[in-house]
Design a protein around this ligand. Structure first.
Ligand code: HEC
Ligand code: HEC
Ligand code: HEC
Ligand code: HEC
Ligand code: HEC
Ligand code: HEC
Ligand code: HEC
Ligand code: HEC
Ligand code: HEC
Length: 351
C-alpha cells in the first residue's frame, strides 16, 4: 500500500513536470545520443511469427518503427477513451497503455516466457502475474517516438469562431489579461509560473525569472473537445496528430530559446501574441518555425534609448563594431550573443 502510494506520488510529480515540457527532436549531433531503432534486418517472409526471431530481440522496449508494428492501424492497439479515463482525466481521454489483447495474438511466447517475462516491463512498473500497476501513459520523462502535428494556420479562424473557454481552463482564468483574447492563443499556451530547471542549468548560469516561458499543450485537453467524433482527425486517428519520427523526440526541461533573456510577463511585453509571433498564424507545420519572432518586433522599443544606462540594439551593435570580441548580452546568453551579428539585426541600421 505504502509503496504504491510512493510510486503514485513520484509519478504525480514527474507527470506535472512533464506537462510543461516541450518536446524537441534530437539531431544527430545531440550530446545525449538518440537511441534510434533502425536496425537493418534481413527481409522476413510473411507468415513468419514474431516468436521466430525472439533470440535476437529485446522485448523490454516497444518500437512503433519496426515494420510489423508500423503496418498496423493505431487503433488496433490503442483505444480511445481508455477504461481509466474517468480516474485520470476531466474528459474522455487516452490515458492508458494498450491491453494484453492487442499483443498476445502475435506475442504469446513472449508473454509466457519464464517467471519474469521482459515484455511486461514495457507497461508495468513491476513484473508480476498478480500486480497490474502500470507506468503513467506516456512514460514520464521518456523520449517520444512522435512529433506533434498542429497546423496553427488552420485553427486561427475556427478557434476564434468557436469563442470557447469551456471551463477546463478555468483554473488558469486569472492568469492572462481577461480584457484581451490574445487571438485565443492562451487556450493552449499559458504562462509557465515556475522556471524549469534543466539538468546542467541554463547557459551562463542565467536564471530566467518566473513567468519567462509560455507552456505548450502536453495532452489532449485543448484538442478533443473539437476532434472527438466529427472533426478530423478524430480521437481514434492517433496518427492525424502524432507523426512518427525517425529519431526519438526528447522532452526538454525548458524551451530552447534564441533570446533567453526575454520574459513574457514584463508589462511592456504583454501584448496581442501575434504582434511578435508574426509567422505562427500562417504556419502549416511546426517544423522550421524558429525563429517565428523577428527582431523587428522588438525594435520599436529596443532599437535606441535616451537612457544611457539601458543597453539597446544600437549600443550593442556599436560595441560589436568597435570590438569584434564583444558578446551581446541584452537579449541573448553568450552561446548566441558571441556569434556574428545576423543580417536581420544589421538591416535595422542600414536604412
Ligand atoms: C502494436 C501496437 C501498437 C500500435 C499499432 C500503435 N501503438 Fe502506440 N503505443 C503502443 C505501446 C505498447 C505504447 C507504450 C510504449 C512505451 O511506453 O514504451 C505506445 C505508446 C504510444 C504513444 C506515447 C509514447 C510516445 O512515443 O509518444 C503515442 C503518442 C502513440 N503510441 C501513438 C501511436 C500512433 C500515432 C500509432 C499509429 C501510427 C500507434 N501508436 C500505433 C502500442 C502500439
Ligand atoms: C500483428 C502482429 C503483432 C502485434 C499485434 C504486436 N506485435 Fe510486437 N512484434 C511483431 C513482430 C513481427 C515483431 C518483430 C519485429 C520486426 O522484425 O518487425 C515484433 C517485435 C516486438 C518487440 C521487439 C522490439 C521491436 O519493436 O522490434 C516488442 C517489444 C514488441 N513487439 C511488443 C509488442 C507489444 C507490447 C504489442 C502489443 C501492444 C505488440 N508487440 C503487438 C508483431 C506484432
Ligand atoms: C502493452 C502494455 C502491457 C503489457 C506489455 C503487459 N500488460 Fe498487463 N496490463 C496492461 C493493461 C492496460 C492492463 C489493464 C487491463 C484492463 O484493465 O483491462 C493490464 C493488467 C494487468 C494485470 C492486472 C489484472 C488484470 O487482468 O486486470 C496484471 C496482473 C498484468 N497486467 C500482468 C502482466 C504481465 C505479467 C505481463 C507480461 C507477461 C503484462 N501484464 C504485459 C498492459 C500491459
Ligand atoms: C488549440 C491549441 C493551440 C492554439 C490555439 C495555439 N497553439 Fe501554439 N502550439 C500548439 C501545439 C500543440 C504546439 C506544439 C507543441 C509541441 O511541439 O509539443 C504549439 C506550438 C507553438 C509554438 C512553438 C513552441 C516551441 O516551443 O517551439 C509557438 C511559438 C506557438 N505555438 C505560438 C502560438 C500562438 C502565438 C498562438 C495564437 C496565435 C497559438 N500558438 C495558438 C497548440 C496551440
Ligand atoms: C513582445 C513580443 C512577444 C509577445 C507579445 C509574445 N511573445 Fe511569445 N515569444 C516571444 C519571444 C522573443 C520568444 C522566444 C523566441 C526565441 O528566443 O526563440 C517567445 C516564445 C514563445 C513560446 C515558446 C516557449 C517559450 O516561452 O520560449 C510560446 C509558446 C509563446 N511565445 C507564446 C506566446 C503567447 C501565447 C503569447 C500571447 C499571450 C505571446 N507568446 C506573446 C515574444 C513574444
Ligand atoms: C475549436 C475547435 C478546434 C480545436 C480546439 C482544435 N481543432 Fe484542429 N481543427 C479544427 C477544424 C475545424 C479543422 C479543419 C480546418 C480546415 O480544414 O481548414 C481542424 C484541423 C486540424 C488538423 C488538420 C487536418 C487536415 O486535414 O489537415 C489537425 C492535424 C488538427 N486540427 C489538430 C489539432 C490539435 C493537435 C489540436 C489541439 C492542440 C486541435 N486541432 C484543436 C478545429 C479544432
Ligand atoms: C486531435 C489531435 C490528437 C489526436 C487525434 C490524438 N492526440 Fe495524442 N496528443 C495530441 C497533442 C497535441 C498532444 C501534446 C503534444 C505531444 O505530446 O506531442 C498529445 C499527447 C499525447 C500523449 C502524451 C500524454 C498525455 O498527457 O496525454 C499520449 C500518450 C498521446 N497523445 C497518445 C495518443 C493516442 C494513443 C492517440 C490515439 C488513440 C492520440 N494520442 C490521439 C493530439 C492528439
Ligand atoms: C532586443 C533584443 C536583441 C538584441 C539586443 C540582440 N538580439 Fe540577436 N536576436 C534577437 C531576436 C528576437 C532574434 C531572432 C529573430 C531574428 O533573427 O530576427 C535574434 C537572433 C540572433 C541570432 C540568430 C540565432 C540563430 O540561431 O538563428 C544571432 C546570432 C544574434 N541574434 C546575435 C546577436 C548579436 C551579435 C547581437 C549584438 C550585436 C544581438 N543579437 C543583439 C534579439 C536581440
Ligand atoms: C512596447 C515596448 C517593448 C517591446 C515591443 C519589447 N520590449 Fe523588451 N523591454 C521593454 C522595456 C521598457 C524594458 C525595460 C527597460 C530595458 O531593459 O530596456 C524591456 C526589457 C527587456 C529585456 C531585459 C529583461 C527585462 O525584462 O527586464 C529584454 C531581454 C527584452 N526586453 C527583450 C525584448 C525582446 C527580445 C523583444 C522582442 C521580441 C522585446 N523586448 C520587445 C519594452 C519593450
Amino acid at each position: 500500500m505504502r509503496i504504491r502510494l510512493v510510486i503514485v506520488l513520484v509519478f504525480a510529480a514527474l507527470w506535472t513536470a512533464g506537462y510543461l515540457f516541450p518536446r524537441v527532436a534530437l539531431n544527430a549531433s545531440g550530446e545525449s545520443a538518440p537511441q534510434v531503432k533502425q536496425k537493418k534486418r534481413p527481409a522476413r517472409r510473411s507468415g513468419q511469427t514474431a516468436t521466430g526471431a525472439r533470440a535476437a530481440k529485446d522485448y523490454s522496449s516497444f518500437s512503433h518503427r519496426s515494420a510489423k508494428h508500423r503496418s498496423l492501424a493505431c487503433d488496433s492497439c490503442h483505444t480511445a477513451p481508455t477504461a481509466n479515463w474517468l480516474k485520470a482525466s476531466a474528459f474522455p481521454d487516452v490515458a492508458d497503455y494498450p491491453g494484453h489483447a492487442s499483443c498476445v495474438g502475435c506475442h504469446r511466447t513472449e508473454f509466457f516466457k519464464g517467471a519474469r517475462p521482459n515484455i511486461c516491463s514495457i507497461c508495468h512498473t513491476k513484473v508480476s502475474p498478480r500486480d497490474g500497476a502500470r507506468f503513467a501513459f506516456d512514460k514520464p520523462g521518456a523520449p517520444s517516438q512522435f512529433n506533434a502535428v498542429f497546423p496553427h494556420d488552420k485553427h486561427q479562424d475556427v478557434i476564434a469562431a468557436a469563442g470557447f473557454d469551456r471551463g477546463f481552463r478555468a483554473a488558469h482564468a486569472g492568469q492572462e489579461n481577461a480584457a484581451q483574447k490574445y487571438n485565443n492563443c492562451a487556450i493552449c499556451h499559458q504562462t509557465n509560473d515556475e522556471t524549469p530547471k534543466p539538468a546542467g542549468g541554463f547557459p551562463d548560469n542565467f536564471e530566467p525569472p518566473a513567468g519567462t516561458f509560455k507552456a505548450s499543450p502536453a495532452g489532449h485537453a485543448s484538442c478533443f473537445n473539437c476532434h472527438w467524433k466529427n472533426q478530423e482527425p478524430t480521437h481514434n486517428d492517433c496518427a492525424g496528430c502524432h507523426d512518427l519520427s525517425q529519431t526519438d523526440v526528447l522532452q526538454l526541461a525548458a524551451p530552447s530559446r534564441k533570446s533567453l533573456k526575454f520574459t513574457h510577463t514584463r508589462e511592456q511585453h504583454i501584448a496581442e501574441c501575434t504582434t511578435c509571433h508574426i509567422n505562427i498564424t500562417r504556419a502549416s507545420s511546426l517544423r522550421g518555425l524558429k525563429p517565428d519572432v523577428p527582431i523587428t518586433s522588438c525594435a520599436t522599443c529596443h532599437k535606441t534609448s535616451t537612457d544611457a544606462a539601458i543597453a539597446t540594439i544600437e549600443t550593442e551593435f556599436e560595441k560589436r563594431n568597435r570590438d569584434p570580441a564583444f558578446v551581446c548580452a541584452k537579449c541573448h546568453t553568450s552561446e548566441v550573443g558571441r556569434l556574428a551579428t545576423p543580417a536581420s539585426h544589421r538591416r535595422l541600421f542600414s536604412e
